[in-house]
Design a protein around this ligand. Structure first.
Ligand code: AMP
Length: 493
Protein backbone atom coordinates (compact mmCIF):
# COMPACT_ATOMS: atom_id res chain seq x y z
CA UNK A 1 0.00 0.00 0.00
CA UNK A 2 1.24 3.47 -0.77
CA UNK A 3 0.19 6.87 0.26
CA UNK A 4 0.22 9.74 -2.09
CA UNK A 5 -0.12 7.64 -5.23
CA UNK A 6 -0.58 9.94 -8.12
CA UNK A 7 2.06 12.28 -6.81
CA UNK A 8 5.24 12.64 -8.75
CA UNK A 9 7.10 9.33 -8.82
CA UNK A 10 10.20 11.29 -7.82
CA UNK A 11 8.73 12.04 -4.44
CA UNK A 12 10.70 11.02 -1.40
CA UNK A 13 7.56 9.97 0.40
CA UNK A 14 6.87 6.55 1.72
CA UNK A 15 6.31 3.43 -0.29
CA UNK A 16 5.57 0.23 1.48
CA UNK A 17 6.19 -3.42 1.62
CA UNK A 18 3.68 -5.28 3.73
CA UNK A 19 2.48 -8.70 4.75
CA UNK A 20 -1.04 -9.96 4.11
CA UNK A 21 -2.97 -12.99 5.28
CA UNK A 22 -6.50 -14.42 5.03
CA UNK A 23 -8.09 -17.44 6.72
CA UNK A 24 -11.36 -19.39 6.33
CA UNK A 25 -11.98 -22.13 8.88
CA UNK A 26 -14.68 -24.65 9.64
CA UNK A 27 -16.12 -23.62 12.96
CA UNK A 28 -12.97 -22.31 14.67
CA UNK A 29 -12.16 -18.69 15.44
CA UNK A 30 -9.89 -17.26 12.74
CA UNK A 31 -8.30 -14.61 14.98
CA UNK A 32 -5.61 -16.76 16.57
CA UNK A 33 -4.28 -18.32 13.35
CA UNK A 34 -4.32 -14.86 11.81
CA UNK A 35 -2.36 -13.52 14.77
CA UNK A 36 0.25 -16.28 14.49
CA UNK A 37 0.49 -15.72 10.74
CA UNK A 38 1.13 -12.04 11.27
CA UNK A 39 3.87 -12.96 13.73
CA UNK A 40 5.44 -15.09 10.98
CA UNK A 41 5.21 -12.14 8.58
CA UNK A 42 6.51 -9.55 11.04
CA UNK A 43 9.65 -9.00 8.95
CA UNK A 44 7.41 -7.61 6.19
CA UNK A 45 6.13 -4.77 8.34
CA UNK A 46 6.68 -3.44 11.83
CA UNK A 47 4.74 -0.21 11.90
CA UNK A 48 1.21 -1.50 12.44
CA UNK A 49 -0.68 -4.75 12.68
CA UNK A 50 -4.36 -5.45 12.16
CA UNK A 51 -6.96 -8.19 11.94
CA UNK A 52 -10.57 -8.04 10.72
CA UNK A 53 -12.85 -11.04 11.21
CA UNK A 54 -16.48 -11.75 10.27
CA UNK A 55 -18.88 -13.80 12.38
CA UNK A 56 -21.59 -14.22 9.76
CA UNK A 57 -23.42 -11.08 10.89
CA UNK A 58 -20.81 -8.39 11.29
CA UNK A 59 -17.15 -7.48 11.08
CA UNK A 60 -14.86 -7.21 14.09
CA UNK A 61 -11.57 -5.39 13.81
CA UNK A 62 -8.49 -4.56 15.79
CA UNK A 63 -5.77 -2.45 14.20
CA UNK A 64 -2.92 -0.96 16.21
CA UNK A 65 0.41 0.72 15.68
CA UNK A 66 3.46 -1.33 16.59
CA UNK A 67 4.67 -4.91 16.47
CA UNK A 68 2.22 -7.80 16.36
CA UNK A 69 3.10 -8.88 19.91
CA UNK A 70 2.38 -5.39 21.23
CA UNK A 71 -0.65 -4.60 19.08
CA UNK A 72 -2.81 -7.47 20.41
CA UNK A 73 -3.46 -8.82 23.86
CA UNK A 74 -5.44 -11.93 24.74
CA UNK A 75 -8.69 -9.97 25.17
CA UNK A 76 -8.34 -8.42 21.71
CA UNK A 77 -7.98 -11.84 20.14
CA UNK A 78 -10.95 -13.21 22.11
CA UNK A 79 -13.10 -10.30 20.91
CA UNK A 80 -12.40 -10.99 17.22
CA UNK A 81 -15.28 -13.39 16.61
CA UNK A 82 -15.84 -15.38 13.47
CA UNK A 83 -14.23 -18.20 11.57
CA UNK A 84 -13.04 -16.09 8.66
CA UNK A 85 -10.81 -13.05 8.58
CA UNK A 86 -7.86 -11.21 7.09
CA UNK A 87 -4.78 -9.56 8.57
CA UNK A 88 -2.02 -7.13 7.70
CA UNK A 89 1.37 -5.95 8.89
CA UNK A 90 2.54 -2.62 7.56
CA UNK A 91 6.09 -1.68 6.75
CA UNK A 92 7.52 1.25 8.65
CA UNK A 93 8.26 4.47 6.86
CA UNK A 94 10.53 7.26 8.01
CA UNK A 95 8.74 9.52 10.46
CA UNK A 96 5.29 8.11 9.74
CA UNK A 97 3.13 7.30 12.75
CA UNK A 98 -0.27 7.69 11.17
CA UNK A 99 -2.88 5.17 12.23
CA UNK A 100 -5.13 6.14 9.33
CA UNK A 101 -2.67 4.28 7.10
CA UNK A 102 -2.87 1.06 9.11
CA UNK A 103 -4.72 -1.91 7.60
CA UNK A 104 -6.87 -3.93 6.95
CA UNK A 105 -8.87 -1.13 5.37
CA UNK A 106 -12.62 -1.53 5.96
CA UNK A 107 -15.58 -0.07 4.15
CA UNK A 108 -19.32 -0.66 4.44
CA UNK A 109 -21.57 -0.11 1.49
CA UNK A 110 -25.14 -0.78 0.38
CA UNK A 111 -24.72 -4.47 -0.28
CA UNK A 112 -22.34 -5.45 2.48
CA UNK A 113 -18.95 -4.96 4.02
CA UNK A 114 -15.42 -5.12 2.65
CA UNK A 115 -12.02 -5.40 4.31
CA UNK A 116 -8.78 -5.22 2.33
CA UNK A 117 -5.13 -5.95 3.06
CA UNK A 118 -2.73 -4.81 0.37
CA UNK A 119 0.93 -5.45 -0.34
CA UNK A 120 2.29 -3.49 -3.28
CA UNK A 121 1.78 -0.19 -4.95
CA UNK A 122 -0.52 0.96 -7.73
CA UNK A 123 0.85 3.31 -10.34
CA UNK A 124 -2.53 4.70 -11.46
CA UNK A 125 -4.35 5.10 -8.14
CA UNK A 126 -4.48 8.88 -8.59
CA UNK A 127 -6.51 8.63 -11.80
CA UNK A 128 -9.02 6.19 -10.30
CA UNK A 129 -9.28 8.26 -7.13
CA UNK A 130 -10.06 11.39 -9.17
CA UNK A 131 -12.70 9.54 -11.15
CA UNK A 132 -14.37 8.04 -8.07
CA UNK A 133 -14.16 11.33 -6.16
CA UNK A 134 -15.94 12.94 -9.13
CA UNK A 135 -18.68 10.32 -8.73
CA UNK A 136 -19.15 11.27 -5.09
CA UNK A 137 -16.87 8.81 -3.27
CA UNK A 138 -15.37 10.32 -0.13
CA UNK A 139 -11.83 9.25 0.73
CA UNK A 140 -10.54 9.17 4.30
CA UNK A 141 -6.87 8.46 3.55
CA UNK A 142 -4.55 9.15 0.65
CA UNK A 143 -3.68 5.46 0.31
CA UNK A 144 -4.19 3.40 -2.83
CA UNK A 145 -5.76 0.54 -0.84
CA UNK A 146 -8.76 2.75 -0.24
CA UNK A 147 -8.97 3.37 -3.98
CA UNK A 148 -9.16 -0.38 -4.62
CA UNK A 149 -11.76 -0.74 -1.84
CA UNK A 150 -14.01 1.97 -3.27
CA UNK A 151 -13.67 0.70 -6.81
CA UNK A 152 -14.54 -2.82 -5.74
CA UNK A 153 -17.45 -1.66 -3.59
CA UNK A 154 -18.82 0.26 -6.56
CA UNK A 155 -18.49 -2.73 -8.87
CA UNK A 156 -20.15 -4.98 -6.29
CA UNK A 157 -23.29 -2.86 -6.55
CA UNK A 158 -23.69 -4.00 -10.14
CA UNK A 159 -21.97 -7.36 -10.39
CA UNK A 160 -21.26 -10.59 -8.56
CA UNK A 161 -18.04 -11.00 -6.65
CA UNK A 162 -15.92 -12.56 -9.38
CA UNK A 163 -17.01 -10.11 -12.07
CA UNK A 164 -16.58 -7.18 -9.71
CA UNK A 165 -13.00 -8.22 -8.89
CA UNK A 166 -12.31 -8.74 -12.58
CA UNK A 167 -13.55 -5.29 -13.37
CA UNK A 168 -11.46 -3.71 -10.66
CA UNK A 169 -8.42 -5.65 -11.88
CA UNK A 170 -8.98 -4.28 -15.35
CA UNK A 171 -8.78 -0.75 -13.97
CA UNK A 172 -5.91 -0.87 -11.49
CA UNK A 173 -2.34 -0.97 -12.74
CA UNK A 174 0.68 -1.85 -10.66
CA UNK A 175 1.69 -4.21 -7.94
CA UNK A 176 -0.87 -5.81 -5.65
CA UNK A 177 -1.18 -8.92 -3.59
CA UNK A 178 -4.48 -8.59 -1.79
CA UNK A 179 -6.43 -10.49 0.79
CA UNK A 180 -10.02 -9.31 0.79
CA UNK A 181 -13.02 -10.16 2.93
CA UNK A 182 -16.43 -9.50 1.41
CA UNK A 183 -18.92 -10.13 4.20
CA UNK A 184 -17.55 -13.47 5.43
CA UNK A 185 -15.98 -14.61 2.16
CA UNK A 186 -12.19 -14.43 2.06
CA UNK A 187 -10.40 -14.00 -1.24
CA UNK A 188 -6.89 -13.54 -2.52
CA UNK A 189 -5.89 -11.61 -5.63
CA UNK A 190 -2.45 -11.31 -7.21
CA UNK A 191 -1.65 -8.74 -9.86
CA UNK A 192 -1.24 -9.98 -13.45
CA UNK A 193 2.56 -9.60 -13.24
CA UNK A 194 2.81 -11.46 -9.91
CA UNK A 195 5.06 -8.72 -8.56
CA UNK A 196 4.59 -9.48 -4.87
CA UNK A 197 4.21 -12.98 -3.45
CA UNK A 198 0.97 -14.64 -2.32
CA UNK A 199 0.38 -18.32 -1.62
CA UNK A 200 -2.33 -20.76 -0.57
CA UNK A 201 -2.04 -23.15 2.35
CA UNK A 202 -4.18 -25.99 3.64
CA UNK A 203 -4.91 -26.51 7.33
CA UNK A 204 -6.70 -29.44 9.00
CA UNK A 205 -9.90 -27.42 9.16
CA UNK A 206 -9.56 -24.74 6.53
CA UNK A 207 -7.46 -22.72 4.11
CA UNK A 208 -5.10 -19.80 4.42
CA UNK A 209 -3.75 -17.17 2.04
CA UNK A 210 -0.45 -15.54 2.99
CA UNK A 211 2.31 -13.37 1.58
CA UNK A 212 4.83 -16.07 2.42
CA UNK A 213 4.70 -19.80 3.05
CA UNK A 214 6.51 -19.39 6.40
CA UNK A 215 3.13 -18.21 7.76
CA UNK A 216 1.52 -21.46 6.64
CA UNK A 217 4.32 -23.49 8.27
CA UNK A 218 3.73 -21.62 11.52
CA UNK A 219 0.12 -22.87 11.47
CA UNK A 220 1.31 -26.45 10.80
CA UNK A 221 -0.34 -26.23 7.40
CA UNK A 222 0.78 -27.41 3.99
CA UNK A 223 1.71 -25.10 1.17
CA UNK A 224 -0.71 -25.86 -1.69
CA UNK A 225 0.78 -23.48 -4.27
CA UNK A 226 1.42 -19.86 -5.17
CA UNK A 227 -1.55 -17.77 -6.22
CA UNK A 228 -0.88 -17.32 -9.92
CA UNK A 229 -0.34 -13.89 -11.43
CA UNK A 230 -3.77 -12.55 -12.45
CA UNK A 231 -5.61 -15.17 -10.38
CA UNK A 232 -8.49 -14.72 -7.94
CA UNK A 233 -8.80 -17.36 -5.23
CA UNK A 234 -12.05 -17.56 -3.26
CA UNK A 235 -11.90 -19.59 -0.04
CA UNK A 236 -15.01 -21.61 0.81
CA UNK A 237 -16.67 -20.18 3.89
CA UNK A 238 -16.80 -23.59 5.60
CA UNK A 239 -13.06 -24.12 5.12
CA UNK A 240 -13.64 -27.03 2.75
CA UNK A 241 -11.64 -25.75 -0.21
CA UNK A 242 -11.24 -22.88 -2.62
CA UNK A 243 -12.25 -21.83 -6.12
CA UNK A 244 -9.83 -20.38 -8.61
CA UNK A 245 -10.50 -17.87 -11.39
CA UNK A 246 -7.73 -16.88 -13.78
CA UNK A 247 -9.08 -13.40 -14.44
CA UNK A 248 -6.21 -11.83 -16.36
CA UNK A 249 -3.64 -13.55 -18.56
CA UNK A 250 -0.30 -11.84 -19.07
CA UNK A 251 2.49 -12.95 -21.36
CA UNK A 252 5.28 -12.09 -18.95
CA UNK A 253 5.45 -11.91 -15.19
CA UNK A 254 7.34 -9.25 -13.23
CA UNK A 255 8.32 -11.04 -10.04
CA UNK A 256 10.32 -8.77 -7.73
CA UNK A 257 13.82 -10.24 -7.55
CA UNK A 258 14.52 -8.28 -4.38
CA UNK A 259 11.98 -10.40 -2.47
CA UNK A 260 14.41 -13.30 -2.96
CA UNK A 261 17.53 -11.24 -2.36
CA UNK A 262 16.47 -9.44 0.81
CA UNK A 263 12.86 -9.17 1.86
CA UNK A 264 11.34 -12.58 2.16
CA UNK A 265 12.21 -15.00 4.93
CA UNK A 266 14.83 -17.51 3.82
CA UNK A 267 12.54 -20.36 4.91
CA UNK A 268 9.72 -19.24 2.60
CA UNK A 269 8.98 -20.75 -0.79
CA UNK A 270 8.10 -18.05 -3.31
CA UNK A 271 7.03 -18.88 -6.84
CA UNK A 272 8.25 -22.43 -6.35
CA UNK A 273 11.73 -21.44 -5.15
CA UNK A 274 12.98 -21.80 -1.58
CA UNK A 275 14.41 -18.38 -0.78
CA UNK A 276 17.34 -19.78 1.23
CA UNK A 277 18.50 -21.92 -1.69
CA UNK A 278 18.18 -18.99 -4.11
CA UNK A 279 20.37 -16.89 -1.82
CA UNK A 280 22.96 -19.66 -1.56
CA UNK A 281 22.93 -19.99 -5.33
CA UNK A 282 23.42 -16.23 -5.65
CA UNK A 283 26.41 -16.61 -3.32
CA UNK A 284 27.83 -19.39 -5.49
CA UNK A 285 27.49 -17.16 -8.56
CA UNK A 286 29.23 -14.38 -6.64
CA UNK A 287 32.25 -16.61 -6.12
CA UNK A 288 32.19 -17.66 -9.79
CA UNK A 289 32.01 -14.07 -11.01
CA UNK A 290 34.28 -12.27 -8.57
CA UNK A 291 35.70 -14.68 -5.98
CA UNK A 292 38.85 -13.47 -4.26
CA UNK A 293 41.33 -15.41 -2.16
CA UNK A 294 41.29 -14.06 1.42
CA UNK A 295 41.89 -15.65 4.84
CA UNK A 296 38.22 -15.53 5.76
CA UNK A 297 34.82 -14.88 4.21
CA UNK A 298 32.16 -13.53 6.53
CA UNK A 299 28.53 -12.45 6.20
CA UNK A 300 26.92 -9.22 7.28
CA UNK A 301 24.38 -10.75 9.65
CA UNK A 302 21.65 -11.65 9.00
CA UNK A 303 21.05 -10.58 5.43
CA UNK A 304 24.39 -11.81 4.04
CA UNK A 305 24.43 -15.20 5.73
CA UNK A 306 22.99 -17.52 3.04
CA UNK A 307 25.01 -15.68 0.36
CA UNK A 308 28.25 -16.16 2.31
CA UNK A 309 27.54 -19.83 2.89
CA UNK A 310 27.01 -20.42 -0.86
CA UNK A 311 30.07 -18.32 -1.70
CA UNK A 312 32.28 -20.22 0.78
CA UNK A 313 31.00 -23.58 -0.49
CA UNK A 314 31.77 -22.67 -4.12
CA UNK A 315 35.17 -21.32 -3.04
CA UNK A 316 36.05 -24.55 -1.28
CA UNK A 317 34.90 -26.64 -4.24
CA UNK A 318 37.25 -24.58 -6.39
CA UNK A 319 40.15 -25.42 -4.07
CA UNK A 320 40.27 -22.10 -2.22
CA UNK A 321 41.58 -22.06 1.35
CA UNK A 322 39.23 -19.17 2.28
CA UNK A 323 37.48 -20.09 5.52
CA UNK A 324 33.89 -19.23 6.42
CA UNK A 325 33.82 -17.25 9.69
CA UNK A 326 31.33 -15.27 11.74
CA UNK A 327 33.19 -12.01 12.19
CA UNK A 328 30.34 -9.70 13.14
CA UNK A 329 27.89 -10.16 15.96
CA UNK A 330 24.47 -8.66 15.76
CA UNK A 331 22.62 -7.16 18.68
CA UNK A 332 19.22 -8.68 18.07
CA UNK A 333 17.44 -6.08 20.17
CA UNK A 334 18.25 -3.24 17.82
CA UNK A 335 15.52 -2.71 15.26
CA UNK A 336 15.88 -1.70 11.66
CA UNK A 337 18.52 0.90 11.03
CA UNK A 338 17.57 1.48 7.46
CA UNK A 339 14.54 3.61 8.21
CA UNK A 340 16.21 5.96 10.67
CA UNK A 341 15.44 9.47 9.43
CA UNK A 342 18.91 11.02 9.54
CA UNK A 343 22.24 9.83 8.24
CA UNK A 344 23.80 10.43 11.64
CA UNK A 345 21.31 8.18 13.34
CA UNK A 346 21.71 5.51 10.66
CA UNK A 347 25.47 5.46 11.19
CA UNK A 348 25.17 5.27 14.95
CA UNK A 349 22.59 2.50 14.61
CA UNK A 350 24.85 0.32 12.44
CA UNK A 351 27.47 0.56 15.20
CA UNK A 352 24.88 -0.32 17.85
CA UNK A 353 23.76 -3.26 15.80
CA UNK A 354 27.03 -4.88 14.75
CA UNK A 355 30.26 -5.53 16.61
CA UNK A 356 33.32 -7.42 15.30
CA UNK A 357 34.73 -10.60 16.81
CA UNK A 358 38.38 -9.74 17.18
CA UNK A 359 39.87 -13.22 16.84
CA UNK A 360 38.34 -13.82 13.41
CA UNK A 361 39.24 -10.39 12.07
CA UNK A 362 42.56 -9.21 13.51
CA UNK A 363 45.49 -9.61 11.12
CA UNK A 364 43.27 -11.27 8.49
CA UNK A 365 42.35 -10.50 4.93
CA UNK A 366 38.55 -10.49 4.86
CA UNK A 367 35.83 -10.91 2.24
CA UNK A 368 32.63 -9.34 3.61
CA UNK A 369 29.38 -10.42 2.00
CA UNK A 370 26.06 -8.58 2.06
CA UNK A 371 22.91 -8.86 -0.02
CA UNK A 372 22.80 -5.28 -1.22
CA UNK A 373 24.15 -1.77 -0.95
CA UNK A 374 21.50 0.94 -0.93
CA UNK A 375 22.84 4.22 0.45
CA UNK A 376 26.20 2.72 1.36
CA UNK A 377 25.86 3.47 5.06
CA UNK A 378 26.23 -0.12 6.24
CA UNK A 379 29.20 -1.01 4.03
CA UNK A 380 31.08 2.20 4.84
CA UNK A 381 30.64 1.65 8.56
CA UNK A 382 31.52 -2.02 8.43
CA UNK A 383 34.67 -1.64 6.35
CA UNK A 384 35.92 0.98 8.85
CA UNK A 385 34.91 -1.20 11.79
CA UNK A 386 36.76 -4.26 10.51
CA UNK A 387 39.84 -2.21 9.71
CA UNK A 388 39.77 -0.62 13.18
CA UNK A 389 39.62 -4.13 14.55
CA UNK A 390 42.82 -5.04 12.74
CA UNK A 391 41.65 -6.49 9.39
CA UNK A 392 44.49 -6.22 6.87
CA UNK A 393 42.21 -6.00 3.84
CA UNK A 394 38.43 -5.82 3.44
CA UNK A 395 36.89 -6.92 0.15
CA UNK A 396 33.14 -6.38 -0.29
CA UNK A 397 31.07 -8.79 -2.36
CA UNK A 398 27.40 -7.98 -2.92
CA UNK A 399 24.75 -10.58 -3.79
CA UNK A 400 22.74 -8.24 -6.04
CA UNK A 401 23.52 -5.83 -8.88
CA UNK A 402 24.01 -2.13 -8.03
CA UNK A 403 20.72 -0.48 -7.05
CA UNK A 404 20.57 2.45 -9.42
CA UNK A 405 16.92 3.49 -9.29
CA UNK A 406 14.06 3.68 -6.80
CA UNK A 407 11.35 1.08 -6.31
CA UNK A 408 7.81 2.21 -7.11
CA UNK A 409 6.33 -1.21 -6.54
CA UNK A 410 6.04 -1.30 -2.78
CA UNK A 411 9.58 -1.50 -1.41
CA UNK A 412 10.96 1.28 0.74
CA UNK A 413 14.35 1.66 -0.88
CA UNK A 414 15.59 5.25 -1.04
CA UNK A 415 15.26 8.16 -3.40
CA UNK A 416 17.45 8.36 -6.48
CA UNK A 417 19.56 11.09 -4.82
CA UNK A 418 20.25 8.83 -1.85
CA UNK A 419 21.19 5.71 -3.81
CA UNK A 420 24.97 5.44 -3.83
CA UNK A 421 24.99 3.61 -7.18
CA UNK A 422 22.58 5.97 -8.95
CA UNK A 423 25.30 8.30 -10.18
CA UNK A 424 28.57 6.51 -9.44
CA UNK A 425 30.33 3.54 -10.94
CA UNK A 426 31.63 0.59 -8.94
CA UNK A 427 35.13 2.04 -8.57
CA UNK A 428 33.72 5.32 -7.18
CA UNK A 429 31.65 3.36 -4.70
CA UNK A 430 34.64 1.23 -3.68
CA UNK A 431 36.52 4.40 -2.99
CA UNK A 432 33.62 5.90 -1.05
CA UNK A 433 33.22 2.89 1.23
CA UNK A 434 37.02 2.54 1.47
CA UNK A 435 37.04 -1.17 0.63
CA UNK A 436 40.10 -2.82 -0.92
CA UNK A 437 37.88 -4.23 -3.64
CA UNK A 438 34.17 -4.27 -4.42
CA UNK A 439 32.11 -6.46 -6.75
CA UNK A 440 28.41 -6.82 -7.34
CA UNK A 441 26.54 -9.71 -8.92
CA UNK A 442 25.44 -9.54 -12.56
CA UNK A 443 21.78 -9.38 -13.57
CA UNK A 444 22.23 -12.62 -15.54
CA UNK A 445 23.36 -14.41 -12.40
CA UNK A 446 20.24 -13.18 -10.60
CA UNK A 447 17.98 -14.51 -13.37
CA UNK A 448 19.88 -17.79 -13.36
CA UNK A 449 19.65 -18.29 -9.58
CA UNK A 450 15.93 -17.50 -9.73
CA UNK A 451 15.34 -19.87 -12.65
CA UNK A 452 13.59 -17.09 -14.58
CA UNK A 453 14.27 -15.20 -17.72
CA UNK A 454 15.00 -11.50 -17.30
CA UNK A 455 11.73 -10.75 -19.09
CA UNK A 456 9.80 -12.35 -16.21
CA UNK A 457 11.40 -10.34 -13.43
CA UNK A 458 10.94 -6.81 -12.15
CA UNK A 459 14.49 -5.44 -12.27
CA UNK A 460 13.50 -1.77 -12.14
CA UNK A 461 15.79 -0.88 -9.21
CA UNK A 462 18.88 -2.33 -10.94
CA UNK A 463 18.14 -1.33 -14.54
CA UNK A 464 16.03 1.84 -14.18
CA UNK A 465 13.54 0.23 -16.57
CA UNK A 466 10.27 -0.84 -15.07
CA UNK A 467 7.69 -3.42 -16.11
CA UNK A 468 4.98 -0.82 -15.46
CA UNK A 469 4.13 2.47 -17.05
CA UNK A 470 5.40 4.95 -14.46
CA UNK A 471 5.30 8.69 -15.14
CA UNK A 472 8.79 10.00 -15.83
CA UNK A 473 10.45 6.55 -15.98
CA UNK A 474 11.19 4.19 -18.85
CA UNK A 475 9.70 0.74 -19.20
CA UNK A 476 11.27 -2.54 -20.31
CA UNK A 477 8.17 -3.88 -22.08
CA UNK A 478 5.01 -3.05 -23.98
CA UNK A 479 2.67 -2.00 -21.22
CA UNK A 480 -1.03 -1.64 -21.81
CA UNK A 481 -2.27 0.81 -19.27
CA UNK A 482 -5.94 0.34 -18.38
CA UNK A 483 -8.32 3.01 -19.59
CA UNK A 484 -10.20 4.43 -16.63
CA UNK A 485 -13.94 4.95 -16.80
CA UNK A 486 -16.50 4.20 -19.44
CA UNK A 487 -16.30 0.40 -19.15
CA UNK A 488 -19.49 -1.59 -19.19
CA UNK A 489 -19.76 -4.71 -17.13
CA UNK A 490 -21.07 -6.82 -20.00
CA UNK A 491 -17.62 -6.61 -21.53
CA UNK A 492 -16.01 -8.58 -18.75
CA UNK A 493 -17.94 -11.83 -18.94
P1 AMP B 1 22.68 0.82 3.09
O1 AMP B 1 23.30 0.81 4.44
O2 AMP B 1 21.77 2.00 2.90
O3 AMP B 1 23.64 0.64 1.97
O4 AMP B 1 21.68 -0.42 3.05
C1 AMP B 1 22.16 -1.71 2.85
C2 AMP B 1 21.79 -2.60 4.00
O5 AMP B 1 20.38 -2.49 4.28
C3 AMP B 1 22.05 -4.04 3.67
O6 AMP B 1 22.63 -4.65 4.79
C4 AMP B 1 20.69 -4.64 3.35
O7 AMP B 1 20.57 -5.93 3.88
C5 AMP B 1 19.70 -3.70 4.00
N1 AMP B 1 18.59 -3.33 3.09
C6 AMP B 1 18.56 -3.35 1.77
N2 AMP B 1 17.38 -2.90 1.30
C7 AMP B 1 16.64 -2.60 2.37
C8 AMP B 1 15.32 -2.08 2.55
N3 AMP B 1 14.56 -1.76 1.52
N4 AMP B 1 14.87 -1.91 3.81
C9 AMP B 1 15.66 -2.19 4.86
N5 AMP B 1 16.92 -2.66 4.74
C10 AMP B 1 17.41 -2.87 3.52
Amino acid sequence: MTHGSGQSPHRSGPTEKCGVVGVALDDRAAARPLYYSLYALQHRGQESAGIVTHDGFQQHDHVEMGLVGDAFDEADIERLNGDSGIGHVRYPTAGSVDKSCAQPFTVSFKSGSLALSHNGNLVNAGEIRDELAGLGHAFTSDGDTEVIAHDLARNLLEADLVRAVKRTMSRIHGSYSLTIMHDETVLGVRDPEGNRPLCIGELDDGYVLASESAAIDTLDGDLVRDVQPGELVVLHEDGSGFDSYQLVEQENTAHCFFEHVYFARPDSVIDDELVYEVRRELGRHLWDESGIETDVVMPVPDSGRAFASGYAEAAQEAGSTTEFAEGLMKNRYVGRTFIMPTQDERERAVRLKLNPIKSTVEGKTVTLIDDSIVRGTTSTQLVALLKDCGAEEVHMRIGAPPIVAPCYMGIDMATREELIAANQDVEDIREAIEADSLSYLSIDAVADALNRSRADLCLGCVTGEYPYDIDGESTDREVERPVIGGQDLAADD
